[in-house]
Design a protein. Sequence first.
Lengths: 314, 517
Amino acid sequence: MFKPIHLVPSGTRINFMRPHKIAFIISVIMVLGSFALVFTKGLNFGIDFAGGVIMEVKSSTPVADLAGMRSQLDNLELGEISLQEFGAPDIVLIRIPQQDGGETGTQAAVAKVKDTLGSDWQYRRTESVGPKVGDELKSSAVWASIFAMLGIMAYIWFRYEWQFGVNAVMALFHDCVTTVGFFALTGLEFNLTTVAAVLTIAGYSVNDTVVIYDRIRYDLRRYKTLPLAQLINQALNETLARTTVTSGLTLLSVVALAVWGGEAMRGFSIAMIWGILIGTYSTICVASPMLLYMNLRNIGSDKGKPAEATVQKA
Amino acid sequence: MLQFSKFKITLILAVLLLGLYTALPNVFSAGHIANLPSWLPARTVSLGLDLQGGSHLLYEVDTAALVKGKLEVVEDATRLALRKLGYTDLSVKGDRVTFKLRDISALEAARTALKDVAVGMQLDIADDGNVSIYFSDAELAALKKAAVEQSIEIISKRIDATGTKEPTIIRQGEDRIVVQVPGVGDPQRLKNLIGETAKMEFKMVDEVAESTGTAPPTSVQLPVVDKDGAPGQKLWIRKPVMVSGENLTDAQQGFEGGMPVVQFKFDGIGARKFGDATKANVGKRFAIVLDDKIISAPVIRDAILGGSGIISGNFTTESARDLAILLRAGALPAPLTVLEERTVGADLGADSIEAGKRACLIAIAFIAVAMVVLYGLFGVFANVAMVLNGVLMLGFLSAIGATLTFPGIAGMVLTLGMAVDANVLILERVREEMRNGRSPVNAMEAGYREAQATIFDANVTHGISTMFLFAFGSGPIKGFAITLLIGIVSSVFTAVVVTRLMTSIWLRQARPKALPL
């Protein structure tokens, strides 16, 4: 058989630690920027959270008459109806905002639109969410995210020393916040599937971080005298091949999903692509260098002995 | 590390075969499955409504309206029962009916008079003559529970009558009902059928009020429904009910003079009441009232004694058929509100499956090629494990009867990428051990040993976030979480255990001097 390719040549020594302060600054800017964007520009909430109606309809003609449809629907006075070509020229996605009159108003809007459009259109999908369920979905999404973070923190705390737990969760927080910020920036629809993507990114990001932390801990026990910065850098280089290959492969499968998975999957896949990139970045450039400031030497050394006492030629 | 006992090998093969066995039916179409030998399982992965098409509807039983209705009935009954006693301020206040007795000495008389009114309720008579009738918390809970259960029963009857197969109708929380109906052609009709309270009443038209324009408090003005359901004419209707829909035993759609009508039959009591009422009112109009809307108001030509009749209104064949269904199933105890609707047409579902399959196959192809390029023979092993992982996931999903949703397919695609991660971890570690000068067998053993803890940690943390997604997610997202969870477990098995078995067999057969890695 042929000789397999080594994506990262053995003996690669990239100094990841040197630019870590710049990376910190970039990350802080990204996190703060995400918050600022979410609070000023806001998220483009889908009906799962904002309530309202989505209808995906297919025209009987090869190209949907968007202008005609708009003039028909604007007469209904249902607020700001948005029309969008969805994946194919004959398919239109109609978005109707939350109606006054709660649940009944929402249902009435659906019936009105169907009456107006008539039978020229094929109704591929109708989703309506009333204000009550919208609020519930919102709160359950928030709880899911909080519990997931706490759960991951608790596990890492249990398996590693607290410094790792805190750092991993900070990195996780960084990834999730910037993903949400990415949605605010691009105006991509933020819905239940997006939350699923964010939590999947959370899982993926920690997965990535844990692999490197494992290595750092392993090296801490092996090289007791190596300066911490050098040790972390070495661990990063040792796991670099794995990091690139796994991120690359996961990225490949998500790209497949984004390109060939259909219109409904696009938001999710784009979120995942961003999440994988940011997760890999944060693991290498944020989560690992941050350990530098965490007084790790006490952990790797024998119990009770001060760090300085173990400094000797290995 | 690379030694496998016979027992272990048998166990691994057994798990794989079991996965293959349970996954097998998914390869065949529904028609073929019926013809398969009986020793094969017939269970396939059940597709979510977003993939097979159908309606998911979340209803809320309006229990507040139910209680209010009950209290109004009690108020009317109280007025009737207290005819001979003096009282003031009889009204429904909040969750109770209250009034004040004028004469405090009549407390006992009031108690006796109200005994039959306040059945299943609390009756408080204070010494100062203040009386209140209300439901205790337990009674209220029982009332709501009964209303939800009765609603579920009636909804089932209505949906069954349309010939729809396999609807799921379950209670959720205290006062909610989830209705899931696969493959609905006309979701609007389904919603109309479920949502209609369908309280049917036969009442007399108040001809005096109609001609004079002034009506007594015992009459109300109700709208007449015309063909388009648009508001049209109104008629004064006398409040007392001649016969109600509860006394119907049958209703069918039929034709009368070429027009679609609903034919109905009363039970014994209903037939007698209807007969008496029509006999006494020949020449006058009566109204057939459905949910406070008048369907038709025919003139009584003769006493109708046979206990059956015809409702002719502005019906189409379909609307007459639907009304017959509603009447047969009976009235809902309380109005229903749609809180959430998700309806997907069968076309879109089929498109989604196609898109999902395509994305899955392309992702597999990408990863398979990359793995072979990066890890050669061991990449092939990892690819075999990846495919086996897919089979196991499919088999497990089929066996536990889990539902595959569109996001669930995304979960599968994601699992593919993450499943090979374990192999990447192991193989990179093996390369490192080789660089440290270990022999092939040694390097392999060390690679598997050292990577194991990491693989475990990485997958547990991943599993934790997925579990919370499962716990808090709804519908399709739950489907995503369940496939991801199953994928995490099965991928650790295939990527760690199965590849190790393949590697150990290869090492023993080939006895390589150096690893092709």
